[in-house]
Design a protein around this ligand. Structure first.
Ligand code: FES
Ligand code: FES
Length: 171
């Protein structure tokens, strides 16, 4: 076991961790934050998506011990007290989930997506030479950027609409 300090949703945690333990397992089983889900445990579904130092990652593929000093945001850290994050509110208003198993990952991914748009980070469909600043925020763009997050219930259309509303408002 090795000592590890990381900040999760604004709270500093000092833990001892097995070097084989994933960030997802640490967050769920040791810190008891169960929002992020273990869908595939192979980096294929996105249910475990968290935001680490401002970038979204598949936490099932990331060893906890590699996150010394990192700032992690899970779905539990998106709301501000009783005030939902705008994307959480949009998901409710657009009916962007059914069973909800993928939703924590979808939300963390969407929050990071909006930040990436605002930073001008291009996607595979944006056009590498032009960047997002001149790209149209259409459904294709959002689908490409959310392609790492699968939804077995098929709520994709409503997820896209929820993100488009918030991302459009912020740009
Ligand atoms: S559980 Fe991590 S990508 Fe599926
Ligand atoms: S809402 Fe059920 S898997 Fe996405």
């Amino acid at each position: 076991m090795y000592p590890l300090q990381l900040t999760v949703n604004g709270t500093v945690h000092d833990v001892n961790v097995d070097p084989r333990r994933s960030l997802l397992d640490l967050i769920r089983e040791t810190l008891h934050l169960k929002g992020a889900k273990k869908g595939c445990d192979h980096g294929q579904c996105g249910a475990c998506t968290m935001i680490v130092n401002g970038r979204r990652i598949n936490s099932c593929l990331s060893l906890a011990l590699s996150h010394e000093g990192d700032k992690v945001t899970t779905v539990e850290g998106l709301a501000n007290g009783d005030a939902l994050h705008p994307l959480q509110q949009a998901f409710i208003e657009q009916d962007a989930f059914q069973c909800g198993f993928c939703t924590a990952g979808q939300l963390c991914s969407a929050v990071a997506l909006v930040d990436e748009l605002n930073e001008g980070i291009p996607s595979a469909v944006t056009g590498a030479a032009t960047g997002i600043a001149s790209a149209t925020l259409n459904a294709e763009e959002i689908r490409e950027r959310m392609s790492g997050n699968l939804c077995r219930c098929g709520a994709y259309n409503n997820i896209v609409e929820a993100i488009r509303g918030v991302a459009g408002d912020n740009r």
